[in-house]
Structure formats: structure tokens, C-alpha cells
Design a protein around this ligand. Structure first.
Ligand code: HEM
Ligand code: FES
Length: 353
């Protein structure tokens, strides 16, 4: 399959998405800086530079928490799918906010040190042998390096250059960044909490991310139709025709653990690989628009019968054979080469004349 560099064009939704993001971040920072003085401990007041550092640090942490919640939420409820668009802009903005957090950390903690600030940062705490006072900054540095790599490679050019599977694996690094941030906060701020509200928000956010991933994973394994195909000469049962709404898809996990997406449209059924050629988006969660399977992530389109993008585009996907026994759909788990035409299966009731 060829992956040519084709930038995703700007549209009205993208401008709105980015505007809402920027307004949301600005409001959070303003409200934090306005309210933080009211909540601080009377015996240990915190000055403005530290409040700024906390405002940007907590904002970046919460942004990453929301980013990681969007995926499982979209798998649990389709109404969240539009939030998947532009997640990359969300990530880049998170990296910028995290860099501003570092700027305030350096400006405050190391500004009176005769040593160069980055050197001071790396050498001022070397208590590696103890939990209380562990140099938690290192976890922040590790997370920030990952965020920078992901932000720099977020452009479509890198997706095309690295190929979607490598790019996707690289961007899974966001989970390591998040785990490292949880450690950064747990070994840092949470060891000397001066406001239980912040502690609750941080811990609640991290628990929410884990819980949503577990629930979405359980739901997928229960509904994806992973069934044993042996009893049907290797044809794998998918589901009842009526379980797929018109112009919608259904994901099925095949015995080799690949995923296919079965679509119902205009009284017919067709199946394609579930992985979009653009960025491996989940095609089975998309819908048929203008006769084409439309990826829910950035809108790449494919004809359901041959898996080919309509001209002038050239992407193509593997296709699968289907058959109907009564109302039950079966899929042949052996994928056809990308772009192979497969005659759609007709749904008898909808084609009776
Ligand atoms: C070079 C990287 C980093 C360094 C050196 C660093 C340093 C620090 C320091 C010194 C604190 C303690 C602030 C205090 O006394 O209250 C802190 C707290 C925190 N940091 Fe970082 N940090 C880094 C990266 C990050 C990143 C990438 C994030 C989030 C994406 C982050 C999120 C937080 C949060 C949520 C807190 C706790 C709340 C707060 O006190 O601000 N940090 N960080
Ligand atoms: S993953 Fe981008 S359009 Fe499908």
C-alpha cells in the first residue's frame, strides 16, 4: 500500500476546535491564577512565580488527561468521535503549555543559582536512594522530551515519511509520557500537598484515564464479534444483519487478530480492513457518505466494494469476502490484496422486487 504525503486541509471545524482549545486553556490559567491565592495555606503562602509554574504544570497535566480520555470515550459513545479530530493540535498545545511550565520552574528555582539553570536542574537533587525527596524533576524531563518528539513529528509529513505503523507506534509514547507525569506529580507535589483539592483532581484524572481504557477494552472484546470460525469452514461469524445500521459498519476481530470492518449500505454488505491508510483510523467507526466509507478521524474515503479511494486519490485497502446464512453475516478471514473488487452481498429483503 502506498502512503503519499497528502496534508489534511483546514476547514471551519478545525478553526473552531483550535479556538475552543485556546480559549479553554486561557480561561483555565486565568481562573487558576485568580483563585489560587484564596486556597493557599495561611502558614505557607506561595508567591506569584510559583503559582504560575503550578498553573501551567497542572494545565498541561489536565490537557494530557483529556487527550487520553478522548480515545476510549469515542469507542464507548460515538457522540465523542468529533473530538478525535485535531487531537494532534491538542497535543502540540499541551507541549507548549508544558514548556512554559519548565520556563517558570527554571526562572524561579534556579534564577539565583550561579550555575547555569539546566545544569542546576540536573544536579541540584541527586537523592536517588530515597522515596521522599526523590528527584521527581527527572520524570518531568522524560515526559517533556516525549511530548516534544510527538509535537515535532505530529505533522502529516512525518506520518508519510515514517509510514503509519511506525508513526503510530512512536505516538503510543504518549502513554509513557503520562505515566512519567503521574510519577512526576506523585513524587513531587503530592509528597508535600498544600491543597487537597489539587491532589484529588490529579489522582481523579489519572484514575479516569485508566478506568475509561479498561471499560472501552472490555466493551470492545464483548461486542467485536471475536468468535471461533472453525465450525464454519473458516468463515468467521460477524453478527446479524439487523445489528448493523444502514450506512454504518461493524468491527470484527479475525482469528489472526486483524480487524475487518463490515458495512451495510443500499441493501448490500461489503468488508474492508478496519485500518485507514492515512493514519490507521478505525474505519468501522465511520459511516458511508456519498457512497464511500468515510474515516471518522480525518475523512479519507474508500469505495466499499474495492477498498479504493475515489479519484484523484490513490489509497487502497485490503477487502474481504462475505456471505449471508439466513440473517447471519460470515466473513472469510483471508484478506484480498489491497484494492481487489469483491461483489457486495445482497440483503434479500431489501432487494426483493
Ligand atoms: C523539564 C521538565 C520539568 C521540570 C523540571 C518540572 C519541574 C517541576 C517542579 C519543580 C514542580 C514543583 C512545583 C511546586 O513546587 O509546586 C513541578 C510540578 C508539577 N509539574 Fe513539572 N516539571 C517538568 C515537566 C512537566 C511536564 C511536562 C508536566 C505536564 C505535562 C508537568 C506537570 C507538573 C504538575 C502537574 C506539577 C504539580 C503541580 C505544580 O506544582 O505545578 N511538569 N514540576
Ligand atoms: S486516519 Fe486520518 S483519515 Fe483515516
Amino acid at each position: 500500500m502506498s502512503h503519499t504525503y497528502r496534508p489534511v486541509l483546514w476547514n471551519k471545524n478545525k478553526y473552531w476546535y483550535d479556538a475552543v482549545l485556546i480559549v479553554g486553556v486561557t480561561l483555565y490559567l486565568l481562573v487558576f491564577l485568580k483563585l489560587a491565592p484564596e486556597f493557599q495555606s495561611v502558614t505557607r503562602p506561595v508567591d506569584v512565580p510559583i503559582q504560575r509554574m503550578r498553573a501551567f504544570g497542572s494545565c498541561a497535566f489536565l490537557m494530557l488527561t483529556v487527550i487520553l480520555c478522548i480515545g476510549p470515550l469515542a469507542r464507548l459513545d460515538r457522540r465523542f468521535v468529533p473530538l478525535l479530530y485535531n487531537r494532534r493540535h491538542f497535543g502540540v498545545l499541551t507541549c507548549i503549555v508544558a514548556l512554559l511550565h519548565l520556563r517558570y520552574v527554571l526562572a524561579w528555582y534556579y534564577s539565583f543559582s550561579p550555575t547555569q539553570d539546566f545544569v542546576a536542574l540536573l544536579t541540584s537533587n541527586t537523592s536517588f536512594g530515597q522515596l521522599l525527596g526523590f528527584p521527581f524533576e527527572l520524570f518531568g524531563i522524560f515526559a517533556l522530551i516525549i511530548l516534544i518528539i510527538l509535537a515535532v513529528t505530529s505533522h502529516d509529513f512525518w506520518l508519510s515519511f515514517l509510514t503509519p505503523p511506525v508513526w503510530k507506534t512512536l505516538h503510543m509514547g504518549i502513554y509513557f509520557a503520562y505515566a512519567s507525569l503521574v510519577a512526576h506529580v506523585a513524587f513531587g507535589y503530592l509528597q508535600d500537598v498544600d491543597n487537597p483539592l489539587f491532589a484529588l483532581v490529579f489522582m481523579g484524572g489519572a484514575l479516569l484515564v485508566v478506568a475509561l481504557h479498561v471499560v472501552a477494552g472490555l466493551k470492545e472484546s464483548a461486542t467485536d464479534g471475536h468468535r471461533d470460525g472453525e465450525a464454519h469452514q473458516n468463515w468467521v461469524p460477524v453478527c446479524d444483519v439487523d445489528e448493523i445500521a444502514n450506512k454504518r459498519g461493524r468491527v470484527v476481530i479475525l482469528p489472526n487478530d486483524e480487524r475487518a470492518a463490515v458495512f451495510r449500505y443500499d441493501g448490500k454488505l461489503s468488508a474492508l480492513s478496519n485500518l485507514c491508510a492515512h493514519q490507521n483510523g478505525p474505519l468501522g467507526e465511520g459511516r458511508i457518505l456519498y457512497g464511500c466509507v468515510t474515516c471518522p478521524w480525518h475523512g479519507f474515503q474508500y469505495r466499499p466494494a474495492d477498498g479504493r479511494a475515489p479519484a484523484p486519490f490513490t489509497e487502497k485497502l485490503p477487502t474481504y469476502r462475505l456471505k449471508l446464512e439466513g440473517n447471519m453475516i460470515f466473513i472469510d478471514p483471508k484478506a484480498n490484496p489491497a484494492g481487489t473488487y469483491v461483489e457486495p452481498v445482497l440483503i434479500p429483503e431489501e432487494n426483493a422486487s
